[in-house]
Design a protein around this ligand. Sequence first.
Ligand SMILES: Cc1ncc(COP(=O)(O)O)c(C=O)c1O
Length: 394
Amino acid sequence: MSNATQLIHSIPVDPLTGSISVPIYQTSTFVQEAPGVNKGFDYARSNNPTRQVLENVIAGLEGGKAASAFASGLAAIDAVLKLLESGDEILAVNDIYGGAFRLFTHIYAKFGIKVNYVDTTDIVNVLDAINSRTKLVWLETPTNPTLKISDIEAIAGIAHQNGALLCVDNTFASPALQQPLNLGADLVVHSATKYLSGHSDLIAGLVVSKTGELGDKIKFIQNASGAILSPHDSWLVIRGVETLFLRVREHSRNAFAVARFLETHPAVDKVFYPGLATHQNHDIAQKQQSAFGGIVSFTLKDDTQEAATKVVCSTRLFKLAESLGGVKSLLCHPATMTHKSIPAEKRRSAGVSDSLIRLSVGLEDSQDLVEDISQALSRVNAEIEKTKNYQYQS
Ligand SMILES: Cc1ncc(COP(=O)(O)O)c(C=O)c1O
């Protein structure tokens, strides 16, 4: 049976009523027959039937033993970090999502957890940086926003040889394209705000654990810290995920068309898309992903914030907004938006240059999207021509 069929039928029909849609159990508590005698639910922070369906569906989708749903992707990341103790170290991909960087550096550093940021696209760097205090290796692949690819299987091997867990933020690829647990990772996190829900209408996060033991630890943290996903938002993610395979296939097709167009444009300097043969780790992406996803980033020959601002303010279909993975195309300027919490030098050295623009390619017609980007880029071209003429005349 295909993964898409399995996913759709892993969403259960309600056993009480036959409802084809999962019921939303909008309740805070559950009546008990006697103290401790209940139907498997006692208090809705600890467990909720709607959330439980979502958690089971996502665990199955990622090939894990258990999943826990959180109020945001960052709350999910936070739960994984709570597995650590003071004195432990994290080895993390250097081109990391800005919010994860902020959490690691400004919250967990205070509690004695050190983070080493490393370019994990080359496993030699991972081998060099890992040490006996490293308890967690943190990957995003593809990364946000420069779409860097790291070899999950090879890095899982290095992490395990050194007694560390490997956690992969699988937000960008989604389980429709990549299943890190099957490649050796111990944990997967998602900003379910993105492709899993897929409609830009909620904030949610998930942690998926490979083993029941890790799953129990994360469940304990979920209940103890309390950042759970509400029943209604759980239902929305379930509804979104039903069309995951369909959407991600189309996002990938559209993104490829946009990436190919950008490669040929005179105002564009570099295009970052794992599907392009020019991508640094295209071969690894081909090995571990079934397609290349809906995100494309690019830089301009005029590598300035001003030029990037001109482009992001000139598109009509691509809306200027943070976030990604929804039906409508979005674009953003990471240096001043999603990644502004990373110091400029650190940001630039991780490849997030001043003119970098990130596109979340949606489900509109690809030709319309190419035309929209084309007309926005022509404004930068016109600006360059104007400057050249002015310099020539003066
Ligand atoms: C790769 C990645 N991980 C985690 C997060 C955090 O997710 P959330 O915004 O749902 O807290 C984001 C948000 O953009 C992200 O892009």
